[in-house]
Write a protein that binds this ligand. Structure first.
Ligand SMILES: Nc1ncnc2c1ncn2[C@@H]1O[C@H](COP(=O)(O)OP(=O)(O)O)[C@@H](O)[C@H]1O
Ligand SMILES: [Mg+2]
Length: 343
């Protein structure tokens, strides 16, 4: 197949996406496909007509994920021409020429459903779920309302739409942006001063901020493919919570898959993951994050419709636990994604 692996973009998770894209690109190439790796924002300045046959190593210039999220304003200024379009040069042409686009985007450029909507209008096939479910899952305040309506347990929260609006809350609390990811814009506040500071910082990213009750407990995540739950991962950061650094710096978090938990808890988490998947109308695959408290009550934090895809990412670890290699997982995602277009 001719495949474009689409990564990068303008979200705070840009570097993570490029890292996912790089690994997917290599895996699909080794599977024998004709593959190009494209940064959706920077695009491709060369000859689009021969891009698939160029023999070029598209992964050569991709750097590993740094300790902090990248400077997006600097990146925006670095593109020639001054266009504000998310799609860089030749991106739509190359995606249109592919049999499928493998979505390695994370965060608001790609995970919020807008790229999926554009691709639907252009008749471009892509991996992962559709635009509506992407949008619903991306906005944590909207997803939460759907969870509550469906009887899915989720931490209590209040939505703030202005930074002057700092209602009294029980501490500790979690302040988080509604449309973020990779824990960028997520703060755990233990004191009144930390709470105020967290709200201030969160509003520097966007103007919709959730303040959630802090759930003390163990953290788990579970991938779901075609409505079937994969083995669960337990996540234990060595220090602090599962923030950006603990997510992407090797060795900073213990990730155990399959999680060493009772059969009963395993069934409970898997059932919740599948329910979240269907409640948001997700097609193909997703990964759902949970905290489980001392009473073994399972709280859903969020659904990730384009979860990380480096070989050490969580869904690839879950696939490995059922004997699927990273390259096999990539093929599986393509196969499942193509079913969207058969209906
Ligand atoms: N209500 C909460 N109670 C305790 N920890 C939380 C809570 N919400 C978030 N966290 C911590 O913050 C991390 C990121 O939060 P999450 O809602 O999953 O956002 P993101 O989209 O950035 O991953 C979680 O993995 C968890 O470690
Ligand atoms: Mg999360």
């Amino acid at each position: 197949m001719k495949i474009v692996v689409l990564a990068g973009g303008l979200s705070t998770e840009r570097d993570v996406s490029l890292s996912s894209g790089c690994q997917i690109y290599k895996a699909l190439k080794s599977n024998g496909h004709s593959v190009i790796l494209l940064d959706i924002f920077m695009g491709f300045e060369g000859d689009a007509a021969t891009a698939f046959e160029s023999g070029r190593d598209w992964a050569a210039e991709i750097a590993p994920v740094k300790e902090t999220a990248p400077d997006i304003e600097k990146l925006k200024a670095s593109r020639k021409g001054g266009s504000k379009a998310l799609f860089g040069p030749n991106v739509l042409e190359l995606c249109g020429a592919a049999d499928i686009v493998f979505m390695a985007l994370h965060g608001d450029s790609g995970e919020n459903g807008k790229v999926q909507a554009a691709f639907d209008l252009f008749g471009i096939k892509y991996t992962g779920t559709d635009s509506l479910s992407s949008a619903l899952a991306m906005d944590k305040s909207i997803a939460k309302q759907l969870f509550i309506a469906a009887g899915i347990n989720t931490p209590k929260s209040v939505l703030l739409t202005s930074k002057s609006d700092v209602p009294p809350v029980k501490l500790p609390c979690v302040v988080k942006v509604c449309n973020g990811g990779s824990s960028v814009g997520v703060y755990i506040a233990k004191t009144e001063a930390e709470y105020k500071e967290a709200v201030e910082k969160a509003f520097s990213y966007e103007n919709k901020v959730l303040v959630e009750e802090f759930v003390k407990g163990r953290e788990f995540t579970d991938g779901v493919i075609e409505g079937v739950a994969l083995p669960i991962v337990q996540i234990e950061p060595k220090e602090g919570f599962y923030d950006y650094k603990n997510k992407y710096q090797a060795g900073s978090t213990i990730e155990t898959c399959p999680a060493k938990i009772t059969k009963q808890l395993e069934e409970k988490i898997k059932a919740a993951a599948v329910k979240v998947f269907h409640t948001l109308g997700i097609k193909t695959y997703a990964r759902i994050d949970f905290i489980v408290d001392a009473n073994e009550d399972v709280f859903c934090l969020e659904a990730n419709t384009l979860p990380g895809m480096t070989p050490t990412s969580l869904v690839p670890q879950e696939a490995a636990a059922i004997g699927k290699s990273f390259a096999e997982l990539c093929e599986w995602i393509i196969e499942v994604s193509l079913k969207k277009y058969k209906a």
